[in-house]
Design a protein around this ligand. Structure first.
Ligand code: HEC
Ligand code: HEC
Ligand code: HEC
Length: 131
Protein backbone atom coordinates (compact mmCIF):
# COMPACT_ATOMS: atom_id res chain seq x y z
CA UNK A 1 0.00 0.00 0.00
CA UNK A 2 1.25 3.43 -0.88
CA UNK A 3 0.56 6.60 0.98
CA UNK A 4 0.43 9.23 -1.76
CA UNK A 5 0.32 12.15 0.66
CA UNK A 6 3.41 11.05 2.54
CA UNK A 7 5.32 10.38 -0.65
CA UNK A 8 4.47 13.83 -1.99
CA UNK A 9 5.48 15.45 1.28
CA UNK A 10 8.74 13.52 1.16
CA UNK A 11 9.42 14.74 -2.36
CA UNK A 12 8.67 18.33 -1.38
CA UNK A 13 10.99 18.16 1.60
CA UNK A 14 13.70 16.64 -0.56
CA UNK A 15 13.32 19.41 -3.16
CA UNK A 16 13.41 22.09 -0.48
CA UNK A 17 16.64 20.67 0.95
CA UNK A 18 18.22 19.98 -2.41
CA UNK A 19 17.63 23.50 -3.70
CA UNK A 20 18.38 25.31 -0.45
CA UNK A 21 22.03 26.06 -1.24
CA UNK A 22 20.87 27.80 -4.40
CA UNK A 23 18.09 29.90 -2.87
CA UNK A 24 20.29 30.64 0.07
CA UNK A 25 22.73 32.37 -2.27
CA UNK A 26 20.21 34.63 -3.99
CA UNK A 27 20.52 38.26 -3.09
CA UNK A 28 24.11 38.21 -1.96
CA UNK A 29 24.76 40.95 -4.45
CA UNK A 30 28.31 41.65 -3.34
CA UNK A 31 29.54 38.19 -4.31
CA UNK A 32 27.26 37.24 -7.19
CA UNK A 33 28.37 37.99 -10.71
CA UNK A 34 26.30 40.46 -12.69
CA UNK A 35 25.65 38.99 -16.13
CA UNK A 36 25.16 41.75 -18.69
CA UNK A 37 22.02 41.88 -20.84
CA UNK A 38 23.31 44.86 -22.82
CA UNK A 39 23.14 43.44 -26.37
CA UNK A 40 21.73 44.91 -29.61
CA UNK A 41 18.94 42.29 -29.77
CA UNK A 42 17.88 42.85 -26.18
CA UNK A 43 18.02 46.64 -26.58
CA UNK A 44 15.42 46.29 -29.34
CA UNK A 45 12.96 44.40 -27.13
CA UNK A 46 10.05 46.49 -25.93
CA UNK A 47 9.86 44.27 -22.86
CA UNK A 48 13.19 43.06 -21.46
CA UNK A 49 12.08 39.51 -20.91
CA UNK A 50 13.60 36.10 -21.43
CA UNK A 51 11.72 33.13 -22.84
CA UNK A 52 10.48 32.15 -19.41
CA UNK A 53 10.44 34.17 -16.16
CA UNK A 54 13.88 35.27 -14.98
CA UNK A 55 13.92 33.21 -11.78
CA UNK A 56 13.12 30.10 -13.78
CA UNK A 57 15.76 30.88 -16.39
CA UNK A 58 18.34 31.53 -13.73
CA UNK A 59 17.77 28.22 -11.98
CA UNK A 60 16.57 25.97 -14.79
CA UNK A 61 18.12 27.14 -18.09
CA UNK A 62 20.25 24.00 -18.33
CA UNK A 63 17.13 21.87 -17.94
CA UNK A 64 15.33 23.91 -20.58
CA UNK A 65 18.29 23.50 -22.95
CA UNK A 66 18.23 19.73 -22.49
CA UNK A 67 14.52 19.75 -23.20
CA UNK A 68 15.16 21.79 -26.34
CA UNK A 69 17.80 19.40 -27.53
CA UNK A 70 15.51 16.41 -27.01
CA UNK A 71 12.61 18.12 -28.76
CA UNK A 72 14.79 19.03 -31.74
CA UNK A 73 16.93 15.92 -32.06
CA UNK A 74 14.53 13.18 -30.96
CA UNK A 75 11.15 14.60 -31.98
CA UNK A 76 12.29 16.90 -34.78
CA UNK A 77 10.22 19.64 -33.14
CA UNK A 78 11.78 23.07 -33.71
CA UNK A 79 9.12 25.22 -32.10
CA UNK A 80 8.93 25.90 -28.39
CA UNK A 81 5.78 27.40 -26.93
CA UNK A 82 6.67 29.37 -23.82
CA UNK A 83 4.53 29.65 -20.71
CA UNK A 84 3.10 32.94 -21.98
CA UNK A 85 2.12 31.41 -25.32
CA UNK A 86 4.91 33.05 -27.34
CA UNK A 87 6.64 30.81 -29.86
CA UNK A 88 10.40 30.49 -30.22
CA UNK A 89 12.56 28.61 -32.68
CA UNK A 90 14.41 25.86 -30.83
CA UNK A 91 18.03 26.79 -31.41
CA UNK A 92 20.86 27.42 -28.99
CA UNK A 93 22.77 29.43 -31.55
CA UNK A 94 19.99 31.30 -33.32
CA UNK A 95 17.63 31.94 -30.42
CA UNK A 96 19.43 32.03 -27.05
CA UNK A 97 22.67 33.42 -28.45
CA UNK A 98 20.90 35.90 -30.71
CA UNK A 99 19.61 37.77 -27.68
CA UNK A 100 22.54 36.81 -25.48
CA UNK A 101 25.17 37.59 -28.10
CA UNK A 102 27.57 38.63 -25.33
CA UNK A 103 28.45 35.13 -24.18
CA UNK A 104 31.58 36.32 -22.38
CA UNK A 105 29.74 38.95 -20.38
CA UNK A 106 26.66 36.79 -19.84
CA UNK A 107 26.95 33.00 -19.82
CA UNK A 108 30.65 32.92 -19.02
CA UNK A 109 30.36 35.43 -16.20
CA UNK A 110 28.15 33.10 -14.18
CA UNK A 111 29.82 29.91 -15.30
CA UNK A 112 33.31 31.06 -14.39
CA UNK A 113 31.99 32.09 -11.00
CA UNK A 114 30.15 28.78 -10.53
CA UNK A 115 33.10 26.78 -11.86
CA UNK A 116 31.17 25.13 -14.69
CA UNK A 117 32.26 25.04 -18.30
CA UNK A 118 29.52 23.60 -20.49
CA UNK A 119 31.06 21.60 -23.35
CA UNK A 120 28.36 22.77 -25.79
CA UNK A 121 30.75 25.06 -27.67
CA UNK A 122 32.85 22.12 -28.82
CA UNK A 123 30.16 21.73 -31.47
CA UNK A 124 27.74 24.66 -31.31
CA UNK A 125 28.99 27.98 -32.63
CA UNK A 126 29.43 30.66 -29.99
CA UNK A 127 28.60 34.22 -31.03
CA UNK A 128 31.44 36.19 -32.60
CA UNK A 129 32.43 38.90 -30.19
CA UNK A 130 34.73 41.82 -30.69
CA UNK A 131 37.76 41.70 -28.47
C1 HEC B 1 14.12 37.49 -26.85
C2 HEC B 1 15.44 37.59 -26.26
C3 HEC B 1 15.92 36.44 -25.39
C4 HEC B 1 16.02 35.11 -25.75
C5 HEC B 1 15.62 34.47 -27.06
C6 HEC B 1 16.61 34.44 -24.62
N1 HEC B 1 16.83 35.32 -23.60
FE1 HEC B 1 17.59 34.88 -21.78
N2 HEC B 1 17.16 36.75 -21.13
C7 HEC B 1 16.71 37.79 -21.92
C8 HEC B 1 16.52 38.99 -21.11
C9 HEC B 1 16.03 40.35 -21.59
C10 HEC B 1 16.87 38.61 -19.78
C11 HEC B 1 16.85 39.48 -18.52
C12 HEC B 1 15.51 39.38 -17.85
C13 HEC B 1 15.46 40.17 -16.58
O1 HEC B 1 16.38 40.93 -16.30
O2 HEC B 1 14.46 40.00 -15.85
C14 HEC B 1 17.27 37.21 -19.84
C15 HEC B 1 17.67 36.45 -18.74
C16 HEC B 1 18.24 35.18 -18.81
C17 HEC B 1 18.84 34.47 -17.71
C18 HEC B 1 18.89 34.92 -16.25
C19 HEC B 1 20.03 35.89 -16.05
C20 HEC B 1 20.16 36.37 -14.64
O3 HEC B 1 20.79 37.42 -14.45
O4 HEC B 1 19.65 35.72 -13.71
C21 HEC B 1 19.35 33.30 -18.22
C22 HEC B 1 20.12 32.24 -17.47
C23 HEC B 1 19.04 33.28 -19.63
N3 HEC B 1 18.38 34.44 -19.95
C24 HEC B 1 19.39 32.25 -20.50
C25 HEC B 1 18.81 32.09 -21.75
C26 HEC B 1 18.85 30.85 -22.52
C27 HEC B 1 19.60 29.59 -22.13
C28 HEC B 1 18.11 31.07 -23.66
C29 HEC B 1 17.73 30.07 -24.74
C30 HEC B 1 17.06 28.87 -24.26
C31 HEC B 1 17.66 32.45 -23.60
N4 HEC B 1 18.09 33.01 -22.44
C32 HEC B 1 16.91 33.07 -24.60
C33 HEC B 1 16.44 37.73 -23.29
C34 HEC B 1 16.41 36.56 -24.03
C1 HEC C 1 22.74 33.80 -13.64
C2 HEC C 1 23.93 33.00 -13.89
C3 HEC C 1 23.97 32.20 -15.18
C4 HEC C 1 23.83 32.67 -16.47
C5 HEC C 1 23.57 34.09 -16.92
C6 HEC C 1 23.99 31.52 -17.34
N1 HEC C 1 24.23 30.39 -16.60
FE1 HEC C 1 24.36 28.48 -17.34
N2 HEC C 1 24.68 27.80 -15.45
C7 HEC C 1 24.72 28.58 -14.30
C8 HEC C 1 25.04 27.72 -13.16
C9 HEC C 1 25.17 28.19 -11.72
C10 HEC C 1 25.20 26.42 -13.68
C11 HEC C 1 25.58 25.15 -12.91
C12 HEC C 1 24.34 24.53 -12.35
C13 HEC C 1 24.57 23.20 -11.73
O1 HEC C 1 25.70 22.70 -11.75
O2 HEC C 1 23.58 22.66 -11.26
C14 HEC C 1 24.96 26.51 -15.12
C15 HEC C 1 24.97 25.42 -15.97
C16 HEC C 1 24.73 25.47 -17.33
C17 HEC C 1 24.70 24.33 -18.21
C18 HEC C 1 24.90 22.88 -17.78
C19 HEC C 1 26.39 22.64 -17.73
C20 HEC C 1 26.80 21.39 -17.07
O3 HEC C 1 27.98 21.00 -17.28
O4 HEC C 1 26.01 20.81 -16.32
C21 HEC C 1 24.46 24.79 -19.47
C22 HEC C 1 24.34 23.96 -20.73
C23 HEC C 1 24.36 26.23 -19.38
N3 HEC C 1 24.51 26.60 -18.07
C24 HEC C 1 24.14 27.06 -20.47
C25 HEC C 1 24.10 28.45 -20.40
C26 HEC C 1 24.06 29.33 -21.54
C27 HEC C 1 24.06 28.89 -22.99
C28 HEC C 1 24.01 30.60 -21.03
C29 HEC C 1 23.99 31.92 -21.81
C30 HEC C 1 22.94 32.06 -22.81
C31 HEC C 1 24.01 30.51 -19.60
N4 HEC C 1 24.08 29.18 -19.24
C32 HEC C 1 23.93 31.59 -18.73
C33 HEC C 1 24.49 29.92 -14.21
C34 HEC C 1 24.24 30.76 -15.28
C1 HEC D 1 29.33 16.47 -29.98
C2 HEC D 1 28.74 17.66 -30.51
C3 HEC D 1 27.69 18.38 -29.62
C4 HEC D 1 27.87 18.84 -28.34
C5 HEC D 1 29.08 18.74 -27.46
C6 HEC D 1 26.61 19.48 -27.97
N1 HEC D 1 25.74 19.41 -29.02
FE1 HEC D 1 23.84 20.16 -29.06
N2 HEC D 1 23.58 19.42 -30.92
C7 HEC D 1 24.54 18.76 -31.67
C8 HEC D 1 23.96 18.36 -32.94
C9 HEC D 1 24.68 17.62 -34.06
C10 HEC D 1 22.61 18.81 -32.93
C11 HEC D 1 21.56 18.64 -34.02
C12 HEC D 1 21.56 19.86 -34.88
C13 HEC D 1 20.33 19.91 -35.69
O1 HEC D 1 19.69 18.90 -35.93
O2 HEC D 1 19.98 21.06 -36.04
C14 HEC D 1 22.41 19.48 -31.64
C15 HEC D 1 21.24 20.10 -31.27
C16 HEC D 1 21.07 20.82 -30.11
C17 HEC D 1 19.88 21.62 -29.78
C18 HEC D 1 18.65 21.82 -30.62
C19 HEC D 1 18.91 22.48 -31.99
C20 HEC D 1 19.85 23.62 -32.00
O3 HEC D 1 20.38 23.94 -33.10
O4 HEC D 1 20.09 24.29 -31.00
C21 HEC D 1 20.11 22.18 -28.56
C22 HEC D 1 19.19 23.14 -27.79
C23 HEC D 1 21.41 21.72 -28.12
N3 HEC D 1 21.96 20.89 -29.06
C24 HEC D 1 21.96 22.07 -26.93
C25 HEC D 1 23.22 21.67 -26.50
C26 HEC D 1 23.76 22.03 -25.22
C27 HEC D 1 23.05 22.88 -24.18
C28 HEC D 1 25.00 21.47 -25.15
C29 HEC D 1 25.97 21.54 -23.99
C30 HEC D 1 25.48 21.07 -22.71
C31 HEC D 1 25.21 20.75 -26.40
N4 HEC D 1 24.11 20.89 -27.19
C32 HEC D 1 26.37 20.05 -26.74
C33 HEC D 1 25.82 18.50 -31.29
C34 HEC D 1 26.36 18.76 -30.04
Amino acid sequence: MYNGGKILLGILIFLALATFPFYNNIGKADVEPKPSIDTPAIQKLSEKKCIEPTAFMKAEHMVLLNEWRDLAVRDNNRVYVAGDGKKYTISLQNTCMKCHSNKKEFCDKCHNYAGVSPYCWDCHLAPKEGK
